[in-house]
Design a binder for this molecule. Structure first.
Ligand code: SAH
Length: 360
C-alpha cells in the first residue's frame, strides 16, 4: 500500500507501511537524516514558528480507571483537586501576559452536570476576559450535546487521544467499561461539530508492536486529524500495569521517529513536542521539535497542584513556576534556532484546508 503525503510544495512523497516501520526503528545516521527531512518539510509547510499552548491541568479527579495512568480513579495515593474558577482564570491571565496565544484546559474525565456546566462557564468567562486567547479542551469522552456546548461557549480545538488505534490493544490497556468504538465515535462527532481535532497515542506502551505504531500513523491520516500529541509511555508504580519490558531509550527514539514520520505523512498538521519527552531526556522536547514538531505546551498549572497531576513517574517541571517554564521553554526553542511564535494562535493549517475541501 502506498500512502500519499498530500504534499503540494514539492513532489508527493509516497511511503509504504513497510517503509514506515523501517523509519520508526531508525537509529544513528539514518535517524538523523529522517529528522532532518521531517524538519525541512515542517519548515516548508507550517514554517519554523513554534506555537505555544499554556497547559492548565485544572483537575485530577477522574472516573476512568485506565491501567497505565497515575490519576486513574483507583489510585488512592493521589490527592485529588479541582482548581477554583478564579485560579484557572489567573493561570489564563498569565498566558495572556506571556503572549502564549492559546491555552489547553486538561483534566481527568467526568461527565456529571456540575463538571460540564463548570467547564462551559469557565470557557465562556475566558472568552469574555481574554478574547485574544484560543482555547483547546482535553476533558475526555463526552456526548454530542456536551461537545456542542463546549464549542458554542468558545472552545475551538479538542484533544482526545485514541491511545492506540488497535482495538485488541486498547482492551489490554483499559478496563472493560471503556470502549474503543466510543472513543472513535467521539473523534467523529468533534469533527462534525467543527472543532480542530487532535488525537494521539502513547508510544512504547505495553503489548505494542512497531506495526501497531505504523497503523496508528495511518489511522491519523485516515481520520484526517488536524493535530497530534504523542508521547512516550512511562511507567508509574502506582498503577496495575507493571511493565517488565520497559526501555527508556527505545521509547524516546520511537517517539521522536513517530513525530518525524507523521510529519512526512501529514505535512501541514500541528504536532506537539510533549512534556513526556523531557521526562526521558533533559532535551527531549528540543529533540521533538528537531524531529518535525511545531507546538510546545508550557505548563501553567499552579506549582502546588503539579505534584498531584502525575500521569507517570518522573514528570518534569513539577517544582517550577509558570514563569520558570516560560523562560526555560523560550531558551530551549532559541537554542535550536527555531522561532518563538508569541502572540500567534497557530491554528492548524490542515484544518482550514480540510474545511475548505469539505465544503466544495
Ligand atoms: N482525561 C483526558 C486527558 C488526561 S491524561 C482525556 O481522556 O483526554 C492525558 C494523557 O496522558 C492521556 O491521554 C495519556 O495518553 C497520557 N498518559 C497517561 N498515563 C501515561 C503514562 N503512564 N505514560 C505516558 N503517558 C500517559
Amino acid at each position: 500500500m502506498n500512502i500519499s503525503t498530500g504534499l503540494k510544495m514539492e513532489k508527493e512523497i509516497c511511503i509504504s507501511k513497510d517503509e514506515i516501520m523501517e523509519n520508526l526503528i531508525a537509529e544513528g545516521r539514518k535517524q538523523k537524516e529522517l529528522h532532518r527531512r521531517a524538519s525541512v518539510i515542517r519548515d516548508k509547510n507550517v514554517s519554523r514558528n513554534i506555537y505555544f499552548r499554556g497547559l492548565i491541568e485544572f483537575s485530577n479527579i477522574c472516573k476512568n480507571d485506565c491501567y497505565y495512568c497515575g490519576i486513574r480513579k483507583s489510585n488512592n495515593k493521589t490527592i485529588r483537586y479541582c482548581m477554583p474558577r478564579e485560579e484557572i482564570l489567573k493561570a489564563v491571565e498569565f498566558c495572556n501576559e506571556a503572549d502564549y496565544g492559546s491555552i489547553v484546559l486538561q483534566s481527568g474525565e467526568r461527565r456529571d452536570k456540575n463538571f460540564i456546566n463548570s467547564v462551559v462557564d469557565t470557557v465562556r468567562e475566558i472568552k469574555n476576559r481574554y478574547p485574544k486567547i484560543r482555547i483547546t479542551l482535553c476533558v475526555g469522552e463526552q456526548n454530542k450535546k456536551t461537545y456542542q456546548r463546549f464549542f458554542d461557549a468558545g472552545a475551538h480545538r479538542y484533544l482526545l487521544r485514541i491511545e492506540t488505534s488497535n482495538k485488541e490493544h486498547y482492551k489490554r490497556l483499559h478496563p472493560k467499561e471503556m470502549s474503543f468504538e466510543n472513543r472513535k465515535k467521539c473523534l467523529k462527532i468533534l469533527k462534525e461539530i467543527g472543532f480542530q481535532v487532535g488525537t494521539g497515542v502513547m508510544v512504547g506502551a505495553p503489548f505494542q508492536t512497531v506495526e501497531n505504531l505504523a497503523d496508528d500513523l495511518l489511522f491519523f491520516k485516515k481520520i484526517d486529524v488536524d493535530m497530534v500529541g504523542m508521547g512516550p509511555f512511562i511507567p508509574s508504580d502506582q498503577v496495575p500495569l507493571n511493565y517488565q519490558g520497559y526501555n527508556q531509550e527505545r521509547n524516546l527514539n520511537l517517539s521522536l521517529n513517530m513525530i518525524a514520520v507523521l510529519r512526512l505523512l501529514m505535512p501541514d498538521i500541528n504536532i506537539a513536542s510533549t512534556t513526556a519527552l523531557q521526562a526521558l531526556n533533559p532535551i527531549g522536547r528540543e529533540l521533538g521539535l528537531k524531529a518535525g514538531a511545531n507546538i510546545i505546551m508550557p505548563i501553567v498549572t499552579p506549582t502546588r497542584y503539579r505534584k498531584n497531576y502525575l500521569l507517570y513517574q518522573g514528570k518534569p517541571c513539577i517544582n517550577e513556576s509558570s514563569k520558570d517554564c516560560l523562560n526555560c521553554i523560550t531558551n530551549r526553542i532559541k537554542s535550536i534556532d527555531l522561532n518563538t511564535a508569541f502572540g500567534k494562535w497557530g491554528d492548524s493549517l490542515h484544518f482550514f484546508k480540510r474545511v475548505k475541501n469539505d465544503s466544495n
